[in-house]
Design a protein around this ligand. Structure first.
Ligand code: 16G
Ligand code: MG
Length: 538
C-alpha cells in the first residue's frame, strides 16, 4: 500500500481500522455496485459492512462474501459489496439494512445492530442447530484495498463471526468461492479449485478441433488490474497448443487509459496496445468482471465486439448444441439485456435467432434475477458484464442423458467453463475462445453476424441527478415532466434513432444513450438530449 494512502486514512482517525464512527455528513446508499466512493471516506463504511456481512452470515448459517473493489473506477476510489450464499448479489432487504447501518449517526449505530441481531435470532429459530456462518473477504489491487480489508475484518469480528481472508482475487473468483463453500457440488472453494475447473473444461472442449480460420493468438489488455496475475495463473493450466496470450497493461496505473470500460466508451485501442490488422484483442476491467473484444479492421479502425456481441455468440452456440443434442424445444432459452443493448443486437437475437429477449434495469442483480427464471438464461450488459445460468432441470437432463452424445457432453463442459454466479472476464474469455474455435471463426467472422447500430453515450453533470426518474426498464423518462416528450420530438426531427436518459447509480451524473443513422447523427442527437437534460434539471 502506498504510504500516502495509509497516512491519509490514519489522518482521518482510523488508525485501528475500526472507523466505527461516521465522519461523513452526506448520505451514502448501497447501489448496484455496493458502496463506492473515495477510498479515504470508506474505512467506517467497510467496518460496518464487515459487521453487516457477519450478521447476515449468522442469520443464514452460511458463508457470505465481502468484495473490496471499485472495478473500472480510478485508483483512488474504492468500494465494498456483499455477496449472498449462492454467489449472487445481496438480497434487496439487506441492501436497505446496509444503507441504514452505514448512514446511522454514531449514537444510532447500536440500535441498528440490535435490530439486525434480532433478524439473526429469527433466522436461527428456523434452524435445527445453531449455525455459525462465516465471511469470505477478497480485494483488488488498489493501494487502499488491504487497509480496507482490515477494516472489514474488524467489523466482522466485532459481531463475533469468523472471518476468512481470501486475499487478492478478481470479483468473480470471490463470488465463485462463496458459492462453492455453501454448495460443494458447484466446485471447490478458492482460487485453485476455480483454475482447475475452468481449465479442465476449456482443455476438454477445445482439444482435437481442427479450426484453420481460428488463430490461437490473443492480445490481452488487463487494465493494470487483478486480472493480469490471475489470468496468468489460469493460462498456466491451459494447453498452449490451444491458446496463446500476449499480455499488456499488467502493472501500470489501474484502469488508466485502458481496460474494458475505456475501450467500450471510446471505441478505441487502449494505451500500450498496438494491434496489427485482424489480430484478436480483449480487455478486462480493473476487477475482471467485464470483458470486451476488439480488433483493427482493414481501414485501420478499432472495431468493438462488446457484451451484446458476446451474448449473441454464446446464444448461437448454445442453441445449436441444444438442437444437435436432440433437446430442441424442451427448455426455455432466453437472453436478458438492458436498455443500453445495441438495437441491432436485440433484433438479431430475437428476430434472426428466434430467441426471446427480456429488457431489465441496469445492474447485474436485475439481469441475474430475470435469467434464473429460464432453463438457459444468457444475460449480458453492453459494457461486457454477463454470464449464462442454467436451471437444475437442464443440468439434470444433460448429466443423465446418453453420455456418448458429444453435444450433451459439450453442454456439460460448458456449464463448468462459464462462471454461473456472476459475469466473469476470465471465464467469458475462455468461453468466447472456445466458441470461435468450435465455429472455426476468425474475429471478423464473429463481428459479421450483425452490424451495430451507430450509437453514442454521454454523461451530463446536473445539480441533482435524482430528479430524473424512469420507467422500470429505464427506456422512458417519467420525470421531470415534459423531458420524454421533447426527447421524442428530437428523435423525430433527427430523422431516426432511439434515445434514453437515466441517473447513474455509481457517479453523480445523468447518462444519455442514443442510436442514429450514422455515428455523427447519433452524436448530434446525444448532444441535443444532453442539453434537454440540463434544461430540465436546472
Ligand atoms: C455497476 C453495476 C453494473 C452496471 C453499472 C452501471 C453490478 C455488480 N455492477 O457497475 O452492472 O452496468 O453499475 O453504472 O451490478 P451506472 O449506473 O453508473 O451507469
Ligand atoms: Mg468490474
Amino acid at each position: 500500500m502506498s504510504k500516502s494512502i495509509v497516512k491519509e486514512l490514519t489522518r482521518l482517525g482510523n488508525t485501528d481500522h475500526t472507523g466505527l464512527l461516521n465522519p461523513i455528513d452526506r448520505p451514502l446508499s448501497y447501489g448496484t455496485a455496493g458502496f463506492r466512493c473515495l477510498a479515504t471516506d470508506l474505512p467506517f463504511v467497510v467496518f460496518r459492512v464487515g459487521a453487516l456481512a457477519g450478521l447476515r452470515a449468522r442469520q443464514l448459517g452460511q458463508c457470505i462474501g465481502v468484495m473490496i473493489t471499485a472495478s473500472h473506477n480510478p485508483m483512488l476510489d474504492n468500494g465494498v459489496k456483499v455477496v449472498d450464499p449462492m454467489g449472487e448479489m445481496l438480497v434487496e432487504d439487506w441492501e436497505v439494512h446496509a444503507t441504514e447501518f452505514v448512514n446511522a449517526k454514531d449514537d444510532e449505530v447500536a440500535a441498528v445492530i440490535e435490530k439486525l441481531e434480532h433478524l439473526v435470532k429469527e433466522g436461527q429459530l428456523n434452524a435445527s442447530e445453531t449455525p455459525q456462518g462465516k465471511v469470505f473477504c477478497a480485494f483488488d489491487t488498489r493501494d487502499s484495498s488491504q487497509y480496507l480489508h482490515d477494516a472489514a475484518k474488524k467489523g466482522c469480528e466485532f459481531v463475533g463471526t469468523e472471518f476468512v481472508s481470501l486475499g487478492l482475487l478478481t470479483t468473480p473468483q470471490l463470488h465463485y468461492s462463496v458459492r462453492c463453500e455453501n454448495d460443494p457440488t458447484f466446485g471447490m472453494a478458492g482460487e485453485l479449485g476455480y483454475y482447475e475447473s475452468l481449465s479442465n473444461a476449456f482443455n476438454a472442449l477445445n482439444k482435437n478441433i481442427d479450426a484453420p480460420n481460428y488463430d490461437k493468438m490473443l492480445v490481452l489488455d488487463c487494465a493494470n488490474g487483478v486480472g493480469a496475475s490471475k489470468f496468468r495463473k489460469l493460462l498456466g493450466r491451459i494447453d498452449s497448443e490451444l491458446l496463446e496470450v500476449e499480455f499488456t497493461n499488467e502493472t501500470g496505473s489501474l484502469n488508466y487509459k485502458c481496460g474494458a470500460d475505456f475501450v467500450k466508451i471510446l471505441r478505441s485501442f487502449p494505451e500500450g496496445l498496438d494491434a496489427a490488422m485482424g489480430v484478436r484483442c480483449a480487455s478486462f476491467d480493473g476487477d475482471a468482471d467485464r470483458l470486451v473484444y476488439f480488433y483493427r479492421d482493414t481501414n485501420g479502425f478499432c472495431r468493438l465486439l462488446d457484451g451484446d456481441k458476446i451474448a449473441a455468440l454464446i446464444a448461437g452456440f448454445i442453441q445449436s448444441e441444444v438442437d444437435a443434442a436432440g433437446l430442441t424445444g424442451q427448455f426455455k432459452i432466453g437472453a436478458v439485456q438492458t436498455a443500453y443493448a445495441n438495437g441491432n443486437s436485440t433484433a438479431y437475437i430475437r428476430d434472426v435467432m428466434k430467441i426471446p429477449v427480456d429488457c431489465v434495469p441496469t445492474g447485474v442483480k436485475h439481469l441475474h434475477h430475470a435469467a434464473i427464471k429460464l432453463d438457459i438464461g444468457i444475460y449480458f450488459e453492453a459494457n461486457g458484464h454477463g454470464t449464462v445460468v442454467f436451471s437444475q432441470l437442464f443440468k439434470d437432463a444433460i448429466s443423465q442423458g446418453d453420455q456418448d452424445n458429444v453435444h450433451l457432453k459439450k453442454l456439460q463442459l460448458f456449464t463448468k467453463l462459464i462462471n454461473e454466479t456472476v459475469g466473469d472476464a476470465m471465464s467469458d474469455l475462455l468461453v468466447v475462445e472456445t466458441i470461435l474455435r468450435n465455429n472455426n471463426w476468425s474475429v471478423e467472422d464473429w463481428d459479421a453476424i450483425y452490424e451495430d447500430a451507430p450509437s453514442c453515450q454521454l454523461k451530463v453533470e446536473v445539480k441533482d441527478r435524482t430528479v430524473v426518474k424512469t420507467t422500470w426498464d429505464e427506456t422512458e423518462c417519467t420525470h421531470p415532466a415534459g423531458l420524454q416528450k421533447e426527447m421524442e420530438e428530437l428523435i423525430i426531427a433527427n430523422g431516426a434513432g432511439r434515445a434514453f436518459v437515466r441517473p447513474s447509480g455509481t457517479e453523480d451524473v445523468v447518462r444519455v444513450y442514443t442510436e442514429g443513422t450514422c455515428e455523427e447523427n447519433a452524436k448530434v442527437l446525444a448532444n441535443a438530449v444532453a442539453h434537454l437534460v440540463q434544461k430540465y434539471c436546472a
